[in-house]
Design a binder for this molecule. Sequence first.
Ligand SMILES: [Zn+2]
Ligand SMILES: [Zn+2]
Length: 564
Amino acid sequence: MIKEKTKKDRNTKLRIIPLGGLGEVGKNMTVIEYGNDIVVIDCGMGFPDKDMPGVDLVMPDISYLIKNAEKIRGVLITHGHEDHIGAVPYLLRQINVPIYGTRLSLGIIEGKLDEDPPEYYPELYTVEAGDTVNLGVFKAEFVHVNHSIADACAIALKTPVGTVFHTGDFKLDVSPIDDKMIDLTRIGEIGKSGVEILLCESTNAERAGFTPSERTVGSSLERIFAQYSDKRLIIATFSSNVHRVQQIINASARHGRKVAIIGRSMVNIIGAALELGYMELPDGVLIDISEIKKYRQNEITLITTGSQGEPMSALYRIAFGAHDKIKVTSNDVVVLSSSAIPGNEKLVGSIINALVESGVKVVNDSTEEIHVSGHACREELKLMMALTRPKYFMPVHGEARHLNANRELAEFMGIPSNNIFVSEIGKVLEIDKKSAKFSGTVPSGNVLVDGLGVGDIGSVVLRDRKHLSEDGLVIVALTLDNEGFILSGPDIVSRGFVYVKESGDLLREARSVVSSTVEKMLSGKSRKNKDLNTVRTQIKEDLAKFIYKETKRRPMILSVIMSV
Ligand SMILES: [Zn+2]
Ligand SMILES: [Zn+2]
């Protein structure tokens, strides 16, 4: 019996399966499997792109985890950003798994679960950097790293095959706001004792040098506060960047300003950060938004969400004059303490334009160093590789170009190209004591969430939405009497297709096209027994041909035939 088990053990392979975060920005999730045990690192959501109109959120396809639910020993969270925790409520709607993370990460997750109670309320285990937890055959150690959110960790996972080191999102900050530098010593020790494979984030793999310290933002803020001492300051940033928010509050206190927080997620996260001790408030600095009228304009700092131009965020409403408490004038300076995530540039641009048109001075990262990235640039990535000295390397967390840039860095660092695996979501990498190779796939992809429904939007629905948004809709309606003659109509109604008032001729001709189709189809003796579905299809075809000929457009056409 024992002998058999040893033999089986020898044949068991470590399987590394990314379910998201490769070839895309968002929904980071990696499955690590050995025999009867699985751990999952992160459980993030993605964001819809322009090919998914009307979709609110994107979740990873977790059918592999649902199928293997009894093997899952835990979900390990590296940090509290949405692209790492956003799919936790979605996961818990389907399976019950314990979740491990640091205090801030779990604090943010708890907030989500309170807002939207899941099917299964999970066991939440709080860990601190330096802690190790046993999960089946695995031992997971959380290692402190710097990032644009507090309490971020890398994970060193001891497996029967060797150590898997997953960096999470990280940067090297030698002067971080909380004075807790990334634990390079520990990473070096782990490297010395042997790392089988390094899963390394790739976000900034195309950028040379080092990412500047969060503290550089402090000096820029200081300059801005001094320069605009006669104006009200409105500063937009990511709500989860508690160190940034702390620096804004500190600068405000030093310059005798009161601070009001606007935007729901900002209020929530700052609340959690204060409660958990990640932020400290100088006495009497924070005031409620309703109190700002008691102070002069230049005694106020407003901290707000919306730095990515999110429609309906506080900054968006302020910029377009739709905020009920904040109206901006030339007495305001708006500081965007962020950089636009790829894809959001246009939205951010439209906010800047709207503000400038209202006479507001806008300061952003093209004019001042008021944002630094939370991700490692090339020198930091090289440092990570040098310290961990992995046998195998897999770039993660990035689009194809980022993964590839990271692959080139690894080659530069001396990792043989045969030992570098640029993977895809759903692709299985198998590692045993001797070798590593790709071996098959598991189901993976996007589950689209639209309002309250989850996963009920198929490709047909998406295609229709795209079609409607691009070419509009034409509806033909007519009523037949019981003899099969047209009683009323055809009426044509269009939306998003042509400007009706200027298209009288087109619509008139379209009506006569429909009439003649109906006549043609229903002529003859048995007209009242004709199959109306065929008539409907023919109307659509003829009308589509006519419209394309006249307008070179293909609106969606619906035809409705009523018979009395
Ligand atoms: Zn992050
Ligand atoms: Zn991330």
